[in-house]
Design a protein around this ligand. Structure first.
Ligand code: PLP
Length: 359
């Protein structure tokens, strides 16, 4: 008889956002007259920008003519998109990243979940606490996290780096050296981030200890402060210790369209094995590319019109964040974030737990 992957049985409850959706649905069914302000999952609400819609229409028409039809996309993504990413997200910021180090995908969630396949079963992972749940859960599925303690909500084999009000939400170097360090900056869910100088310290730490940083920059477009890096490759030495994962969901509203990319520099190797080669092999074997139409839409994100329209969209979300931040402050809450990310982190009153507060 088939034996299932037991690691799935270890996962506590359902995925965080499914629980939120279920609770909200039950509440609105019981209280149909109540208007609900949803402060749970960070989905976008604005329609796709006109420049993106135009690119989508053009690409759809191309797919309807034999001369311009596109089938399977190249493994790493179309060159027009990888060049636009390399020029705008990296070269324009002085980062030494070339198009052939960029792997286009269907989003940052898949990449951040899949990347752990490259590591050995006993690799020790470190995560900020709190953080986007996918990093830990995908490692639980792979059997890398040990046992779960229901009381603390922590795994025995995960190294947690607390990010709290007390340490200004800046993770400290762990006592035990990890093999893989997940950094999500600006952070989901706290909305806080660290300075470029502090990030440089993490890059130096990783290089010194032979650790790999998985840098999730999904909220990069929301950075407003000068001394915050837009890419980990702005730091010296990051090419030998960091993979960067990016999404088109938050800067361009692609949550329902699906597009992202991962940067794996060619220098990145452990025990003489190139992670670039491994990720290319995985991509070629398990992924058949993001759709041509969507990659054309992604290219439009970097057009002059696209950039101007998306700047306004990001400003709209940041204004929402400001309204929430100031409203909660006026209501007497202690709140963080909302400056370099659209998220607000709230200190629950008294010793109330977060689910208790939610309910
Ligand atoms: N990474 C972080 C930190 C996120 O908060 C999210 C979405 O909430 C994602 C990745 C998912 O991005 P995508 O829509 O590209 O899969």
């Amino acid at each position: 008889m088939l034996k299932v992957n037991d690691n799935y049985q270890k996962l506590p409850g359902s995925y965080l956002f499914s629980t939120i959706a279920k609770k909200v649905a039950a509440y609105s069914e019981a209280n149909p007259e109540k208007r609900i302000i949803r402060l749970g999952i960070g989905d976008v609400t604005q329609p796709l920008a006109p420049a993106i819609i135009e690119a989508l229409h053009r690409a759809v028409d191309e797919m309807g003519a034999a001369e311009t039809f596109h089938g399977y996309a190249p493994d790493l993504g179309y060159e027009f998109l990888r060049n636009a990413i390399a020029d705008n997200d990296y070269k324009a910021r002085g980062c030494d990243i070339s198009a052939d180090e960029i792997f286009v995908s269907d989003g940052a969630k898949s990449d951040s979940g899949n990347i752990q396949e490259l590591f050995s079963a006993d690799a020790r992972i470190a995560v900020c606490d709190p953080v986007y749940p996918v990093y830990v859960d995908s490692n639980v599925m792979a059997g890398r996290t040990g046992t779960y303690d229901e009381k603390t909500g922590m795994w025995s084999d995960v190294i947690y780096m607390p990010c709290t009000m007390e340490n200004d939400f800046v993770p400290e170097f762990p006592r035990e050296t990890p093999d893989v360090i997940y950094l999500c900056l600006p952070n989901n869910p706290t909305g806080t981030t660290i300075t470029k100088t502090q990030l440089q310290e993490w890059v130096d730490y990783a290089n010194k200890n032979g650790a790999l940083i998985i840098y999730d920059g999904a909220y990069e477009a929301y950075i407003s402060e000068e001394d915050v890096a837009h890419s980990i490759y702005e730091c010296e030495g990051a090419r030998t210790c960091a993979i960067e994962i990016k999404s088109f969901s938050k800067n361009a509203g692609f949550t329902g369209v699906r597009l992202g990319y991962t940067v794996v520099p060619r220098e990145l190797s452990y025990g003489g094995v190139s992670l670039h080669g491994m990720w290319a092999r995985r991509h070629g074997t398990k992924f058949n590319g993001a759709p041509y139409i969507i990659q054309r839409a992604g290219e439009a994100v970097y057009s002059k019109e696209g950039k101007a329209q998306l700047k306004q969209q990001v400003a709209y979300y940041m204004n929402n964040a400001k309204v929430i931040l100031e409203g909660l402050k006026e209501a007497g809450y202690t709140v963080f974030g909302g400056v370099n990310a659209p998220y607000i982190w709230l200190k629950t009153p008294g010793n109330m737990g977060s689910w208790e507060f939610f309910d």
